[in-house]
Ligand binder design. Sequence first.
Ligand SMILES: Nc1ncnc2c1ncn2[C@@H]1O[C@H](COP(=O)(O)OP(=O)(O)OP(=O)(O)O)[C@@H](O)[C@H]1O
Ligand SMILES: [Mg+2]
Length: 338
Amino acid sequence: MTGTNVPAVEFRSVTKVFGKGANRHVALDAIDLRIEQGEIFGVIGYSGAGKSTLVRLVNALEKPTEGTIEISGTPITGVPESEVRRLRRDIGMVFQQFNLFRSRTAAGNIEYPLKVARWPRAARKARVTELLEFVGLSEKARSYPDQLSGGQKQRVGIARALATSPSLLLADESTSALDPETTGEVLRLLKKINRELGVTIVVITHEMDVIRAVADRVAVLAEGRIVELASTFDVFAAPQAPPTRSFVETVLHNRPSAIELEVLRERHGGTLVTVDIDDRRGIGAALATATHADVRFEVVYGGVSTLQDKTFGSVTLALHGAEDAVAEVVAELDRPVA
Ligand SMILES: Nc1ncnc2c1ncn2[C@@H]1O[C@H](COP(=O)(O)OP(=O)(O)OP(=O)(O)O)[C@@H](O)[C@H]1O
Ligand SMILES: [Mg+2]
C-alpha cells in the first residue's frame, strides 16, 4: 500500500475493436475502471467476454481503439514505445500455461528477466535464491520444468514475474490448468505476495471460487462491458446482474432456484420462507424466531458461509400450522434485523 490516491490502473472510456467490416468485433466497449493500489482485483467473465484483451491493454501489448489508460498515474496510451517499455518493467505477468523455457532450470527461468534488465551476476544469483525461497522452491532450483508439477511450474512463473519487483502483477487464468488443491496453493501464494510485498494484483478467471478465495473487489465482464463491480462480499451476498447471479450460483447453493422451490413445495407442503443469514441474524436466531406455539417447521434448504470475515447465507423453512400463526412467523422472519 502506498498511501497515495493514484490508482494502480485507470481506464477511461476504453474501447477495443478487432477487425474491420464484417469481421469487426468490439472486444471491450467504453470501459471505465479504477484499480486501487494494494488491492487484489478480480475480473470474471465467460469465454470471449474480453478478459485477456483487458489484461493485454494494461501491459500495453495491445493499444485501445479509443480511450486512455494510466498505470500509477502515468499514461501508457499516446506515449512513445520507449516509454511503454519502461512502464512495462513495473508489471509482472503470470500465464495459464506457465510459459517457462524448457531448456532452463527453475533458477534459470527466474533469472532470465534479471539478465534482460542487465543485473550483475552476483546480484542475480542472490535475487534468485531469495525468490526461490519466497515461493517455497529452494530445493527445486536445478530442476527443469519437465521435472516439476503444475503447481511448482506456476510458482516458478510467479517468482519470475516478481524478479524485478513489479508493483503490479497480472494473472490471466493462472490456476486454470491446475487441480483444486494446487489451485489453492497458488492462490495462497498470490495472497502472500499482496499482503507481504504490497503488490497490486489483477486476477483474471472464469471461476467464482478463485474470486472468492483471493479478490477484495471484482468486476464482472460480459460481452465487453462491466456489468457489475463491487466488493467480493457484496457480489456473493447480493449479486445484481444476471451473469453475476449465474457465476455466484455455480459456487453457492444456499438459495433454492425457482425449479428447486417447486420441488420443495411439492415435497413438504406448507408455507416456504427463505431467511437471509448474516452477522446480525444467525441460524439459531432465525430458528428461534420460527418457534411458535402453533407452528411446526422444518429446515428444507440452505447454507451458511464466511467470506471476507463476514457471515452470509440463507435457510429455507417449511412452516405448518394455523394460517394466522404461520403469517405471524413469516412476518417476523421477513422483518429486517436492525
Ligand atoms: N487479436 C484478435 N483479433 C481478432 N479478435 C480478437 C483478437 N483477440 C481477441 N479477439 C476477440 O475478442 C473477444 C474477446 O477475447 P478475449 O481473449 O479478451 O476473451 P476472454 O474473456 O479472455 O476469453 P477466454 O475466457 O476464452 O480466455 C473474443 O471474441 C475474441 O475472439
Ligand atoms: Mg482469456
